[in-house]
Design a protein. Structure first.
Length: 316
């Protein structure tokens, strides 16, 4: 994807930079991946459009009808890439100083955004693209990801007194987590918790000596009370390893635009050196990460006009 965008944008007169982004240690993919930045040579941009190139599994075949485009990533966020390129070209033709930043890894660990933040271009504004139904987000929830690991002693299941079940310990901890009273912010809503993955043990007739769960909390404020609550729920039954935190953020309003609160997390907190951030894009987050991912063609065209209008308003 990065190679395609670099070649495509270079062929349209943009000055293009590709920056390597390391793969996560646990990733099955070992090949190279890139961030792609496109701008005008020798020029500092006033405004940069940005979104991510990566998507989530599984693969969904591409198709289209008169109204919609369907397929993995058409909404989150490759349709957004297309609209940002079109808007940037219109703004560049109007004489404005515009850049494009497309990053790797947003769906996993924001690795591309972290790399990009070390190579910022001095822009005044960053418009980050995520599916917001073409409404401006006034806030975006943060993320706290935790791995909980329980250990025990293996034994024959007919003699449970000879073993110590790690699965039983983990189930008790997860039950406590589901009963936690998480923080609430009045104009944003509650923090939410999802137990996304659970694994452990060897067979139904074996007492499990190990078990692990992956938990994700959507933050609406400071993470510290949530961390303490998760650790207390684990007690002496499981170890807790917090593997990722992306903070909750409030965002800039623009007069005349409909607004929303993004219950999801974005790369914005990791792109702090790219100017004052806004969050705006076509498509519905409700179909992203599903087998029914789609985006309306009219909404993509409307987004191009919206991006151009917002950029001109910011830079006026």
């Amino acid at each position: 994807m990065g190679d395609f965008l670099a070649e495509f944008l270079g062929g349209r007169g943009w000055d293009v930079e590709k920056t390597p982004v390391p793969q996560p240690e646990e990733s099955s993919g070992k090949g190279p991946r890139w961030n792609v930045y496109a701008g005008t040579a020798g020029q500092k941009p006033d405004l940069v459009f940005s979104t991510h190139m990566d998507t989530v599994p599984p693969y969904i075949p591409f198709r289209e009808d008169a109204e919609f485009i369907y397929g993995r990533g058409v909404c989150d966020a490759k349709g957004i890439i297309a609209t940002q390129v079109a808007a940037a070209e219109a703004l560049r033709a109007a004489g404005l100083r515009i850049g494009l930043l497309f990053v790797s890894g947003e769906e996993r660990d924001s690795a591309g955004a972290k790399v990009a933040n070390e190579n910022a271009k001095g822009s005044r504004f960053l418009i980050n693209g995520e599916p917001t139904d073409n409404r401006l987000a006034l806030a975006s929830k943060g993320t706290l990801r935790a791995v909980l690991r329980a250990s025990g002693k293996m034994a024959h299941s007919a003699y449970p007194e000879l073993g110590d079940s790690a699965v039983h310990k983990l189930v008790e901890v997860l039950g406590r987590l589901l009963k936690l009273e998480l923080p609430v912010t009045e104009d944003v809503g509650p923090s939410t918790l999802n137990i996304g993955q659970v694994e452990g043990g060897h067979a139904p007739n074996v007492i499990a000596d190990q078990a692990e769960a992956q938990v994700l909390v959507r933050l609406v404020g400071d993470s510290e009370p949530v961390r303490k609550a998760v650790i207390a729920a684990a007690g002496d039954l499981a170890e807790v390893d917090f593997t990722l935190e992306i903070p909750f953020v409030r965002l800039k309003a623009v007069e005349g635009l409909p607004t929303m609160v993004a219950k999801f997390t974005t790369d914005i907190p990791q792109l702090s050196n790219w100017g004052e951030p806004l969050l705006l894009g076509p498509g519905s987050i409700h179909v992203a990460h599903t087998p029914h991912e789609r985006v309306a063609k009219k909404e993509l065209l409307d987004a191009v006009e919206l991006y151009v209008r917002v950029a001109k308003q910011l830079l006026a």
